[in-house]
Design a protein around this ligand. Structure first.
Ligand code: ADP
Ligand code: MG
Length: 485
């Protein structure tokens, strides 16, 4: 599509995110909440919806919702009740989902994202409510039959509904990245879209720039990665603009995303939409959340990425780039916190984490949580460099690899490998004499005014000394000896 045509339209997006909660048991029963169990093993009469069984609310679900609500600056409703959302589906044994309709636990609040030009933007949240997942219909295992696994039925979910504040597929991508980060920092959901523990429906519409009203929205489902949400929105925006340009009217509908073809396909239109016949759930008592309980949860909130970013940039002087990359993964931020509890060289700690350690993780194909070295040992290595005992490159190339082989301290390793730098002028003088002896032509040129050759001589000195001449101590001495030739 031509840029000029596209530029005439504004994109409007609102996202609905479902997050499966990391509770041990299900939302309304004591059945195990676990991914990957043998099919239909984590189910009891309650999950199966047998007549006469009664649900019991899992308190963890409420606490997790409050945690997320507090992190997003939402209002927490003191009094809530559940509602039944009725529909028939083979993987919904009860024939209804227990959800929240008119009294969501959280309302308002926002998520901070970065826009394409690097600016900060707040995306409003409409609501966050508690509900349960359905089971799973499996169509691709048996050639003739659809199989049903009810392990997932009753898994506690939070549905996070955004205001239609997003204005591009990239903003949607960044929003989902931030939501996932938050869920992980809060330890309430693993955020794994491939396994379906975080899912997203994208509501997309377009309107002419300057138009007052929103255009007709289309809801797109079935994206199994954040990148695919972005692709689905891109396709949908182009499809909608083209349809409007061709004089068609858009219909409100639900479409599915085909990741292989990169297109969306109509699933059902508004006329065929479900009527869920919501009514208050009679089997669960209303919920009351006291201000004391909210305060209790607030007191135990972990540090969150935005707060860490602020501290890293403002207090520790890290670049926004480093601070963003470190806080991007909770594990990296925790490791960094470990490093700076042992060393005050915040910048070097960030460099080691994003440099040597990150490369090691990449090479090994592991996550920071599996990194075998305690932060204290890396901090000791940094301190050794700062004390002028070894150079940065010796630390990275010679000492760092040895740390994995034994429990020896960086200093012990440097000593045993004879790597300690010398600031002893007698030793350095010996090295300088050697350099001068080996490079008579350069010495002559230096004396004739080519002072920039000092860099060459320093390089030679490092070579001759095997990197063990402390650069600070050597530089002045080298100049002095050269002048004296
Ligand atoms: P529904 O009743 O169809 O579920 P809602 O009004 O509850 O619709 O909105 C659901 C989601 O759709 C929200 O995330 C909201 O921000 C988003 N949304 C609503 N209107 C639009 C629109 N015109 N374009 C894009 N997104 C929209
Ligand atoms: Mg909806």
């Amino acid at each position: 599509m031509e840029d000029s045509l596209r530029a005439r339209y504004e994109v409007v997006i609102g996202l609905e995110v479902h997050a499966q909660l990391l509770t041990e048991t299900k939302a309304y029963s004591a059945d195990l909440n676990a991914y990957g169990s043998a099919p239909n093993t984590n189910i009891s009469a309650i999950t199966l919806g047998h007549p006469g069984t009664l649900p019991v609310m899992n308190r963890k679900t409420i606490d997790f919702a409050i945690r997320l609500g507090l992190a997003c600056g939402c209002q927490i409703a003191p009094n809530q009740h559940f509602a039944r959302k009725n529909y028939f589906y083979p993987d919904l044994p009860k024939g209804y989902q227990i959800t929240q309709d008119t009294t969501p636990i959280c309302t308002g609040g926002q998520i901070l994202i970065r826009t394409e030009d690097g600016q900060h933007k707040l995306i409003g949240l409409t609501r966050i409510h508690m509900e349960e997942d359905a089971g799973k219909s499996i169509h691709d295992v048996d050639v003739f039959d659809t199989l049903v696994d009810l392990n997932r039925a009753g898994t506690p979910l939070l549905e996070i509904v955004s205001e239609p504040d997003l204005r591009s597929s990239t903003e949607a991508y960044n929003y989902l990245t931030e939501v996932r980060k938050l869920l992980r920092y809060l330890d309430i959901c693993d955020g794994n879209m491939e396994e379906g523990s975080m899912r997203c429906d994208a509501n997309v519409s377009v309107r002419l720039v300057g138009a007052k009203d929103f255009g007709t929205k289309v809801e797109v489902k079935n994206m199994n990665s954040i990148r695919n949400v972005q692709r689905a929105i891109e396709f949908e925006v182009n499809r909608q603009i083209e349809a409007l340009e061709n004089g068609q009217t858009l219909v409100q509908e639900t479409r599915g995303f085909d990741a292989l073809k990169g297109i969306t396909i109509s699933m059902r239109t508004k006329e065929a939409a479900n009527d869920y016949r919501y009514f208050p759930e009679p089997d669960l008592p209303p919920i009351h959340v006291s201000t004391e309980h909210i305060a209790h949860i607030a007191a135990k909130m972990p540090a969150l990425p935005n707060a860490l970013f602020e501290r890293y940039t403002k207090t520790y002087g890290l670049s926004e780039y480093d601070a963003y990359n470190i806080t991007d993964q909770k594990g990296l931020a925790l490791y960094y916190e470990g490093l700076i509890s042992h060393t005050k060289n915040y910048k070097a700690a960030a460099n080691w984490l994003m440099g040597e350690i990150k490369s090691y993780l990449n090479e090994q194909g592991i996550d920071i949580t599996a990194f075998p070295l305690a932060p204290g040992r890396i901090a000791a290595l940094i301190d050794l460099i700062d004390a002028g005992k070894i150079s940065n490159s010796i630390a990275a190339q010679r000492v760092f690899p040895e740390l994995f082989k034994s429990e020896q301290s960086p200093l012990e390793i440097a000593e045993s490998l004879n790597l300690l730098q010398s600031s002893d002028s007698n030793v350095i003088e010996g090295f300088i004499a050697e350099v001068i002896r080996r490079n008579p032509n350069e010495v002559e040129r230096y004396k004739n005014g080519e002072k920039q050759l000092i860099g060459f001589f320093m390089g030679q000195l490092m070579k001759v000394s095997g990197g063990k001449a402390d650069p600070k101590a050597s530089n002045a001495l080298l100049r002095q000896k050269l002048e004296a030739q």
